[in-house]
Design a protein around this ligand. Structure first.
Ligand SMILES: N[C@@H](CCC(=O)N[C@@H](CS)C(=O)NCC(=O)O)C(=O)O
Length: 222
């Protein structure tokens, strides 16, 4: 089998792309990486040409396997977990694994206000805003998920379920949003966010994000 190709968006802006990129590295699966710049002038036409050519939904990430494309971040992460069960992308304990799946599903489908109002922008540092009540609710829920899982399954390591899992991968983009907008949560949550941002695979992603030439004006203006 040829190594799969992971199509991603700008590393500075594409939170959905970051997750399978981290998961594939965590699984130790070799992959080719193709970055399609999102946004900017003339993007509408390019999207159709470049993103639609590799992804049926016109969104990234997409993973091209031999003759099959996976067009969703969670599906790609599940594929990686199944390819390399020994990498422990999900917790070994069945109950912890079920809760971890619920946590990942919640991040994949939820936190809409936080995602909309605090757009991911890895290299940016700015101040907090007048967050909407829905966004403040999301932040309260975020800290609760982090603290509750760590209280039940955590250990001396910084992660939510002891060993690092897909839950930690899924929350890494959120940690960048806290940093970008100067959002403070309780001390334990902030230490967890710092651990996510110090994880070497994220640091490698960030290094690339910092030197990307693209700037999406509408995101930068938020
Ligand atoms: N549910 C999808 C969401 C993917 C998604 O929305 N990707 C964004 C980039 S982060 C995208 O491709 N947007 C296309 C656009 O903005 O034109 C997944 O989990 O992979």
């Amino acid at each position: 089998m040829n190594p799969p190709t992971l199509y991603i968006g700008n590393k500075n802006y594409s939170s959905w792309s970051m997750r399978p990129w981290l998961a594939l590295r965590m699984a130790g699966i070799a992959f080719e990486e193709v970055l399609i710049p999102l946004g900017g002038e003339g993007y509408g036409a390019r999207k159709i040409a470049a993103v639609r050519a590799v992804s049926p939904t016109g969104t990234v990430p997409a993973l091209a396997l031999d003759g099959v494309t996976l067009w969703d971040s969670l599906a790609i992460c599940e594929w990686a977990a199944e390819q390399r069960p020994e990498a422990g992308l999900w917790p070994a304990d069945a109950t912890a694994r079920a809760v971890c799946r619920a946590v990942v599903a919640e991040m994949h489908a939820g936190f809409a206000a936080l995602r909309n109002e605090a757009s991911m922008n890895v290299r940016r540092r700015t101040g907090p805003r007048a967050w909407s009540p829905a966004c403040l609710d999301d932040l309260v829920r975020l800290a609760a998920v982090w603290n509750d899982t760590r209280a039940r399954w955590g250990d001396e390591r910084p992660w939510l379920f002891g060993a690092r899992t897909l839950a930690d991968v899924f929350f890494t983009p959120v940690a960048t949003r806290l940093r970008t907008y100067g959002i403070a949560l309780d001390g334990a949550s902030m230490r967890y966010a710092e651990a996510l941002l110090a994880q070497p695979d994220f640091v490698a992603w960030e290094r690339d994000a910092l030197v990307e030439p693209w700037s999406i004006a509408q995101t930068e203006a938020l």
